[in-house]
Write a protein that binds this ligand. Structure first.
Ligand code: PRP
Length: 210
């Protein structure tokens, strides 16, 4: 039986763009475009099996070897430090990690800053680097409502177009780091399927230069 390459794609718009890149690289699996709720797609002739994972779970599949490679935001790699190889910056899914808060916010350094975020490690490291005491409030989504309701002083979150902040009367206070999508590989898979994975890396790199 032919060896299959298992590829974890982040469900959503970014994942669709990533699939387009893999298709152009010669790893097509047309049934993936059929829509519906199916999550796993295979093209045995091309030797590839794709599956849609929640973006924040892609690195877990890759770290544990359920996927050989996958695509994940740099934010997830910095936040969770999965034990994987980071092979390539795909230059898509560009956004930034930022501190944001109400326009009239002014920091009171006599008490810990209350920070709401999905990215507790990134927030903790950032403020530790500044020597600022913080109280982290870990949330799972819709972070922007936290300062509006007085749950937090500021948020640490992804800003892409800035629309969510604008429409909720918040603004960026500081940029923490730029983010983009990265191709990652399982460490053992990278050794065993090296020729194939290297081919994908070079095909995807060529598309980015084109
Ligand atoms: C992300 C992020 C911001 C928004 C930023 O949220 O947490 O809320 O996108 O994008 P923008 O700058 O283009 O408005 P996501 O859609 O992933 O939802 P959630 O965090 O509320 O789950």
């Amino acid at each position: 039986m032919k060896t299959m390459l298992n590829v974890a794609l982040p469900k959503g718009r970014l994942g669709e763009k990533v699939y387009d890149m893999f298709e152009a690289a010669g790893f097509e699996c047309p049934s993936i475009r059929d829509g519906g709720r199916k999550l796993i797609f295979e093209n045995e002739a091309a030797g590839v099996r794709y599956f849609w994972a929640k973006p924040s779970d892609v690195a877990i599949y890759v770290e544990r070897g359920a996927a050989d490679i996958g695509v994940v935001g740099k934010d997830i790699l910095v936040e969770y430090s999965p034990n994987v190889y980071e092979l390539l910056d795909l230059n898509i899914g560009r956004c930034r990690m930022a501190v944001a808060g109400p326009k009239n916010f002014s920091d009171d350094s006599s008490r810990p800053l209350r920070v709401a975020t999905k990215f507790s490690h990134i927030a903790a490291d950032y403020y530790a680097g500044q020597g600022r005491d913080i109280d982290i409030i870990h949330l799972n989504g819709s972070i922007e409502i936290a300062p509006i309701l007085g749950l937090s002083d500021v948020i640490v979150d992804i800003v892409e177009t800035g629309t969510t902040l604008r429409e909720n009367d918040l603004e960026v206070k500081e940029t923490i780091m730029p983010i983009s999508a990265r191709l990652i590989a399982n460490k053992a898979g990278f050794r065993f399927k090296n020729a194939l994975i290297e081919r994908i890396v070079s095909e995807l790199s060529a598309q980015m230069e084109a």
